[in-house]
Design a protein around this ligand. Structure first.
Ligand SMILES: [Zn+2]
Length: 495
């Protein structure tokens, strides 16, 4: 269900809007069957004559890849624990790797190989039963799951519930939380990379623990009813759970009603040893022995359409584009890597950093494809709505002024909106290796990240297309320059 259809289900006024869009169907080819603007009617920047060679990079085909990769998650769905998707070390991630590998073969890439890594002990939820009891009634909430890497409960806890708002020191004033289940409303942090109860904002979860709470329940978001895989924080040992905003409101009203609310909580955890993960490599040979690396991480939670089927789609579009070009136009080898275990420590890219003297000895550039295209969010009433424009991305370039300029020129040319200032570090999969060589990425991490709403509908074709075209142009422009001219500290004169 998309957020638009969820919106329609909520109120009569919205139903009327839905019906109006429905009746417009007879007259328009710009709306889909649900009354939403069709993706091929989204804003697109026309290509100049000089850029016609990128015309075959097609967003609709990339969107098909996003759906196919999301389908791998659906094939590994687990409704009991809700811990499903392309989880690192599981069959879901392995199937994503096999999918990428198959594409590499179809495109005629060479030196296709897996690079395996042993995972340390991995946390998996085994089973859980969390109920809220009030006024003689029992509530089970569909959005409620154990917090990621939560400690297990010792049997079933039976706890009094206490509400602490967003969990600031002011909210805790006069609240006795000792031995209780503390409910905290956590708001997506500005930019939505984190959330307000976390350590870098209110630190409310640690505060609850410090004051003796027996368990914590974090209500995530300010709309909708996301199921999310999100941790409690490094130093938090008490067990905990997350739940969606709408379900959280129900608990808030129960507590606010003045009756005693109790929580029954059992969280069973499975610690698995001996799991493996692997990156997959494929090379498109160039005419020199220098390399350009293109990365996209394989694993993700739930359908993980944005995070990171979108990046996989762009990586494969680049492989297809350059495989179709005459070999003499490829100055450098293009080394494509579907990387392993991003959400469990990124062993694939860390290995590159640890072995940079050898593995990256001939590398001129690295491009990371991660969370590249997501619809701009608009909060409207009780639902988060989609718009027809990709959300501007954080961006990173490690390299010369000339590299920065050609990257921003490519973004402008193809309509890749970015923030007005570069980040001071490369977040995401490339984080550990980004300063080891000239490197480029854009990334956007909205509220749907790691939730059951990270679905293909959020990933606009137009954004995939713009990013893949821009990255292709960056590869071409970089191939006009010697490695020295790409290095950080090189001024424009120095090229
Ligand atoms: Zn990611």
């Amino acid at each position: 269900m998309t957020s638009a259809t969820r919106g329609m289900a909520i109120g009569t006024a919205m139903l009327v809007i839905g019906a109006a869009a429905g009746t417009a169907l007879a007259q328009t080819s710009r709306l889909d069957a649900d009354g939403n603007v069709r993706e091929d009617a989204y804003i697109r920047i026309p290509l100049s004559d000089a850029d016609q060679r990128y015309a075959a990079i097609d967003g609709a085909r990339m969107k098909d890849i996003v759906r196919e990769v999301a389908d791998i998650s659906l094939a590994n769905r687990d409704d009991r624990t809700k811990y499903w998707g392309r989880i690192a070390g599981t069959r879901g991630e392995e199937m994503a790797r096999e999918y990428v590998e198959r594409r590499f073969r179809e495109l005629g890439l060479t030196d296709i190989r897996d690079q395996e890594f042993d995972l340390p002990t991995q946390w998996f939820p085994a089973d859980h039963d969390i109920r809220v009891e009030a006024g003689g009634r029992t509530y089970r909430f569909d959005s409620m799951v154990p917090a990621l890497r939560s400690n297990p409960t010792d049997g079933t806890l039976d706890l009094e519930a206490v509400w602490v708002g967003t969990g600031s020191t002011a909210d805790f004033l006069g609240r006795d939380v000792a031995g209780k289940a503390v409910f905290i409303h956590s708001i997506p942090a500005p930019g939505s990379m984190g959330h307000s109860a976390g350590a870098s904002w209110e630190d409310a979860i640690s505060r609850a623990q410090d004051r003796g709470a027996a368990a914590v329940v974090v209500i995530y978001g300010i709309s909708d009813n996301f199921t999310i895989w999100q941790g409690l924080g490094r130093d938090v040992a008490i067990p905990g759970a997350f739940m969606g905003y709408e379900d959280g409101n129900t608990v808030k009203e129960l507590i606010g009603g003045g009756e005693q609310v109790r929580v029954s909580m059992r969280v069973d955890v499975d610690y698995r040893d001996g799991l493996k993960t692997a990156s997959v490599f494929g090379t498109l040979p160039g005419t020199t022995d220098e390399d350009i690396y293109v990365l996209a991480h394989l694993d993700g939670y739930f359908e993980a359409a944005l995070d990171n089927a979108s990046g996989i789609a762009v990586m494969l579009a680049l492989a297809e584009h350059f495989a179709a070009r005459p070999a003499e136009e490829r100055r450098r080898n293009l080394v494509f890597v579907g990387t392993a275990g991003h959400h469990v420590g990124s062993p694939g890219s860390r290995w590159m950093h640890d072995n940079r003297e050898t593995a990256l000895a001939d590398a001129a550039l690295m491009i990371n494809c991660e969370h590249v295209s997501v619809k701009q969010t608009v909060y409207w009433g009780p639902a988060m709505r989609m718009t027809d424009i990709p959300s501007p991305r954080r961006w990173w370039v490690n390299g010369s002024d000339r590299l920065v300029d050609l990257v921003l020129d490519a973004y402008r040319t193809f309509g890749v909106a970015v923030w007005d200032r570069m980040e001071d570090r490369a977040a995401g999969e490339m984080g550990s290796v980004a300063r080891d060589l000239p490197s480029v990425q854009i990334i956007r991490s909205p509220e749907i990240k790691h939730t059951d709403q990270d679905i293909p509908e959020w990933v606009p074709e137009a954004g995939l297309e713009a990013v893949a075209r821009a990255y292709a142009r960056i590869v071409d422009d970089v191939n006009e320059l010697d490695r020295e001219a790409l290095q950080p500290g090189q001024t424009t004169d120095g090229q």
